[in-house]
Design a protein around this ligand. Sequence first.
Ligand code: HEC
Ligand code: HEC
Length: 263
Amino acid sequence: MIARPESSAFAQQTAKPRVPFRVPSVDEIKDSTYRAAAVRGRAILLATRDSLPRNVGNSLRCASCHLDGGLRRDAMPWVGAFARFPQYRARSGKVDLIEDRINDCFRRSMNGRALDPAGKDMRDIVTYFAFLSSGTPVGAETEGQGLPRLEPLTGDPARGAGVFAVTCSRCHGVSGQGTALAPPLWGPRSYNLGAGMARINTAASFIHAVMPFDRALQLTAQQAFDVATYVNTRPRPDFAAKVRDWPRGGKPDDADYHVLPTH
Ligand code: HEC
Ligand code: HEC
């Protein structure tokens, strides 16, 4: 069963404007300097490690999880995301700028180091994200944003190992280490323990919606939770600063780590 964001009580209470999903074309950009910045930002997101080796600590690229270069609806698209920032986020306990959100994915999903928020690399990525929100009112929700969220189920890692062997290993490798076809799912070259993907509900919803890459939506919700539980109980890099997450409380049940008391 899928709990779509539009059906949530929260979405109804806040009654934010909602816009259709539309991918703008870079040909729409008239100014050549703006276009060059946006195109360079997009190149970083597609070839993150080659572009910024000092900031990436694993074998993923930004588009490993934000599929089709962040242009696919229901696969955590970047289309419309810029318009939702600045945004209060419970994990940081403060109002985050989009630069903060980008650096969260650098430090956690990419197991790497934050970009200088005032530097050219961040400027170009933010320019591309702003462009992907062209025409979207500030604060608006975009159809197809985030992921279709599954209702939580209890996963069984032993059953998940079976799903992995049958359905995932042909691309991600028999020990999850990645191959030329797909990036690592665990081990030292994968996302770290502080990443959103390290949470079972997020991973299960992602896997159910978009994996296997060539034939999505063939797993049942239970199989998605089983394989997500298997993947996320394998070893992966730590993220020591995770103890300071959710400083004002509100830690979700599937964030399976200790945090300091509200501070
Ligand atoms: C391991 C998977 C993974 C990788 C790799 C990754 N992200 Fe993310 N990203 C996520 C998850 C999970 C979320 C939260 C999505 C949600 O809850 O709807 C997210 C959210 C975001 C958001 C906010 C989107 C929104 O709709 O509010 C931005 C912006 C973002 N990521 C940028 C990046 C950038 C830039 C990179 C590369 C430096 C990157 N991500 C790499 C998993 C990943
Ligand atoms: C046909 C090959 C293929 C199969 C089979 C497949 N994947 Fe993937 N998967 C990919 C590719 C390719 C990407 C990265 C997409 C990109 O870089 O554009 C990916 C990305 C991912 C990611 C996010 C990035 C990372 O490495 O953590 C997860 C999680 C994931 N797959 C899980 C699974 C699971 C679980 C299964 C089995 C149910 C599965 N995949 C089956 C090709 C595949």
